[in-house]
Design a protein. Structure first.
Length: 292
């Protein structure tokens, strides 16, 4: 919305006034020029129509086209561009390890220079899959009028209270600490922010890049602590993923002592094979906190 608009009414284009007085023509043609400064209301419509008219003094003959009974009228129609609020968002840092944390900041800008933008309803930002508020989200806001941010630990969204205020021609922001296990693009669609000066016309997207982190741990135990020659016993090998991401293409190799003979192999969660005394276990994936 334009805060101030100037209209120039050139009455030469509106009508021709032939001014006569005491039988004398003033320069043959009289031209009047008005400069009118207008300020549109805070919530103007999509167009503004301004009508101007002029009436000649008594004793003056008006021959302008479109004039009636000595009065000439003209209208000017202008389109009003609304000053809608905007939304932007960032992750800092924008790249984390799986299970790490990042500060999500959403900024609301009021492009209207005259009036505040008050939230007509609560603003909600829903996160992509595998992103959530951290265990200590520390929600904060700089918006006015008692604005509050709700961000429950482990929840996949945040909300900003209805009635929050963005000052005229200024910005305010909200922030929450989030965590993620996989890369995700967090989008805020157009129309998500509704205020007394309108809604955001365009959406915005920010991406948090997540680097997978696997932490494989291995242990090996024997079924007996002592054995007689020729006696059969077994080894159990356990693999545990203590990381926050799924491990891919897991391979475990055990080279059994040459003094022992491998009788058989089997696996649970791992496909076990042997070639002589070399035992191998493989798994395409091993989820976080899983055992094989």
């Amino acid at each position: 919305m334009k805060n101030g608009k100037q209209k120039v009414f050139n009455l030469l284009k509106m009508s021709l006034l032939k001014l006569q007085s005491a039988g004398m023509l003033f320069g043959g043609l009289g031209v009047l020029l008005f400069l009118i400064s207008l300020q549109l209301p805070a919530f103007a419509q999509t167009q503004v129509t301004n009508t101007a008219s002029i009436s000649v003094p008594s004793g003056v003959t008006n021959t302008g086209a479109g004039c009636s009974s000595g009065t000439c009228t003209v209208s000017d129609v202008d389109t009003v561009t609304p000053s809608l609020p905007t939304v932007s968002k960032t992750f800092t840092p924008s790249n984390i390890n799986a299970g790490g944390t990042s500060l999500l900041v959403i900024t609301f800008t009021n492009t209207h220079q005259l009036v505040s933008a008050t939230f007509s309803s609560a603003f909600v930002d829903t996160y992509p899959p595998q992103m959530s508020n951290s265990s200590a989200p520390l929600p904060a806001t700089t918006c006015a009028n008692g604005s509050t941010v709700t961000a429950t630990p482990a929840a996949n969204s945040l909300s900003v209270s209805s009635g929050s205020v963005i000052p005229p021609g200024a910005s305010c922001s909200v922030s929450v600490v989030v965590t993620a296990l996989a890369t995700g693009a967090n989008s805020i669609p157009a129309g998500s922010l509704t205020t007394t000066v309108g809604a955001n016309a365009t959406g915005v997207t920010a991406t948090l890049t997540v680097t997978p982190v696997a932490d494989l741990q291995i242990s090996k135990t024997a079924s007996v602590t002592s054995v007689n020659a020729g006696q059969t016993f077994s080894y159990t090998i356990t693999v545990f993923n203590a990381g926050s991401s799924t491990a891919a293409n897991v391979t475990v190799t055990d080279l059994v002592s040459a003094s022992l003979t491998v009788v058989s192999v089997n696996g649970a969660g791992l496909a076990a094979t042997n070639s002589g005394n070399q035992v191998t276990g493989t798994a395409a994936t091993l989820a976080a906190n899983a055992t094989a």
